[in-house]
Design a protein. Structure first.
Length: 223
């Protein structure tokens, strides 16, 4: 099943052409590594695929209703929010159910509100999902859910951006250097996560070992 089609796209900056007439497709469950020399336009390609940048020519066609998660090199997170609040801002509807339940726990006198929130947790089978997103944060060493984003280091913010995307569980993951700011333990965990999950992946990485363990196809941009 085709998820995303890149059709004859070109991109240049001034007189410098990054790439011309590039075409390829991404199908369900593919895990693709995208490689090229430095400065060849890898990040520009990802930005175009994610809709953050327009190609000079060509088009990107996505399957109707397709959800896409993009980990870029420059993420902007709300500095006044806590780690958990940022997670709850994700588009996954189950997170809204969990957020409502946790707010109900803070107001035990509202029995009707608690009962409704509890039933929604049951209906959406949200108990396992709550455990899952907290495990993702734990593995990425973001255990203090009440910590403000503004107090996080650059590496912690990058890891939080990665956690948000993994928790969203989009149809297609587009990752730009996902192992940056991860220690060996985190890299090994992420490798296992991406290998075991039934997710479609398009990734740029300089970590060749990680690439070979996770991806089953390689697209190279050359000349």
């Amino acid at each position: 099943m085709n998820y995303l089609s890149i059709e004859n796209i070109s991109k240049a900056f001034g007189e410098r052409s990054l790439f011309e007439g590039v075409s390829f497709g991404i199908n369900k469950d593919q895990k693709i590594a995208f490689i090229a020399r430095n400065g060849a336009g890898k990040t520009s390609m990802l930005d175009i695929m994610a809709g953050r940048e327009l190609p000079d020519d060509g088009q990107v066609i996505s399957r109707k209703g397709l959800s896409l998660g993009y980990l870029s090199q420059e993420e902007k997170l709300p500095v006044d929010k806590t780690i958990e609040e940022v997670i709850f801002q994700s588009e996954n509807p189950v997170l809204k159910v969990i957020e409502a339940y946790e707010k109900a726990l803070e107001n035990p006198s509202d029995q009707a509100g608690y009962q409704q929130a509890f039933e929604q947790m049951e209906q959406h089978q949200a108990w396992d999902f709550e455990t899952r997103y907290k495990q993702v944060l734990f593995k990425l060493k973001l255990e203090d859910l009440g910590q403000r984003v503004g107090t996080l280091s650059g590496g912690q913010r990058k890891r939080l951006s990665l956690a948000v995307i993994l928790v969203q569980k989009p149809d297609v993951l587009i990752l730009d250097e996902p192992t940056n700011h991860l220690d060996l333990e985190m890299i090994e965990w992420l490798e296992g996560y991406l290998t075991q999950e039934k997710t479609t992946l398009f990734m740029v990485t300089h970590d060749r070992y990680f690439l070979e363990r996770v991806c089953n196809e390689i697209i190279e941009l050359f000349n």
